[in-house]
Design a protein around this ligand. Structure first.
Ligand code: R5P
Length: 316
């Protein structure tokens, strides 16, 4: 009872600004840096959605500014998604209830895309479940390199307009600027799409290995044939670094085959548990990621790729 009256008292008197129909960027917690950078480039206001947990574990969510007649953009990357999804859904619903014209979502990392089919009887196909939840909650979605494997296009599962941004041009620019004589290495067949794109743009050679996954933390990668690349700097490229087992095994193979310690580049820095340490102790020379998930390894900003798409959503 007490918490309900406190919450509604605050909601009745929003503390900041007044809705004037201009676009508004609202960051869910931990997305402030990206939201502010986008707002700065686009010249629009940004604010942070207030969230906290009640003692019973339920979520309190409050929009800090009015949203009536605004195009509202929620910024919420969806690594470790279970604790983020519910506040995000509440924030989206509240923006709509309070009169937002349209509510969009910038989720640079889109969760659950790897559980894209029922591998064993009775399993939830959570890629579809999350797609349904988000499609109901917002009007459009911008994301970066979602893990499209057995789902080939987001429109197979999302019913809202989705824009997929590719990190390849930004990664290629980083490689071209920082790595003389690079040879790109994709650790598995799924990485071929990213490695080919980056290699083409950076105008460097590439090879793709084969991976067999035996369990969450148990992967085998085919030993590479690298004689012709002696003298090159190997650059591993993959979309997701989660346990980093895929990259660690590949790093070890490359070093054992006589190559220099590789530079490892991931789009999405999930780094579960001891992943970063495991990758460094496997012998990675450098670990570099895009900033779709905030992490100390972030070196490549996605703002130059996301901002123009967002500008188009805002219209003239
Ligand atoms: C899956 O095929 C992805 O492209 C990545 O290779 C994978 O998610 C990496 O996972 P981990 O870091 O746990 O080996």
């Amino acid at each position: 009872m007490q918490r309900a009256s406190a919450a509604s008292a605050r909601q009745d008197s929003p503390s900041l600004g007044a809705s004037d129909g201009r676009p508004l960027i609202l960051a869910l917690p931990h997305n402030e840096t990206l939201a502010q950078a986008l707002a700065g480039v686009l010249g629009v206001d940004s604010a942070v959605v207030e969230t906290r947990q009640f003692p019973d574990g339920e979520s309190y969510v409050r929009l800090p500014v009015p949203t009536a007649d605004c195009d509202v953009v929620l910024v919420c990357t969806l690594d470790r998604p279970d604790s983020k999804l519910l506040p995000l859904l509440f924030a989206a619903a509240t923006a709509r209830e309070l009169g937002a014209r349209r509510v969009g979502l910038v989720a640079p990392y889109l969760a659950y895309m790897r559980q894209d089919r029922r591998f064993h009887p009775g399993e939830a196909v959570t890629a579809r479940g999350v797609a349904r939840l988000l499609s109901d909650a917002v009007d459009w979605l911008i994301t970066v390199d979602p893990h499209l494997h057995r789902i080939h296009d987001l429109s197979e599962v999302y019913t809202i307009p989705c824009t997929v941004i590719q990190a390849a041009p930004l990664i290629a620019a980083w490689v071209a600027r920082n790595v003389p004589r690079a040879v790109l290495v994709g650790p598995d067949e799924e990485s071929a799409q990213w490695v080919q794109a980056v290699a083409g743009l950076a105008e460097v050679p590439y090879l793709v290995l084969e991976k067999t996954r035996h369990g969450d933390r148990d992967v085998a990668v085919s030993p590479p044939v690298v004689e012709q690349w002696n003298g090159h700097v190997p650059v591993l490229v993959d979309d997701i670094v989660s346990t980093a087992r895929t990259m660690s095994v590949t790093v070890r193979h490359l070093i054992a085959a006589g190559m220099r310690p590789p530079i490892c580049i991931g789009v999405h820095a999930i780094f579960a548990g001891d992943a970063e340490e495991a990758l460094r102790s496997a012998g990675a020379a450098q670990v570099i990621t895009c900033d779709s998930v905030p992490h100390v390894t972030n070196c490549i900003s996605l703002v130059p790729a996301i901002a123009p798409v967002l500008r188009r959503h805002f219209g003239p």
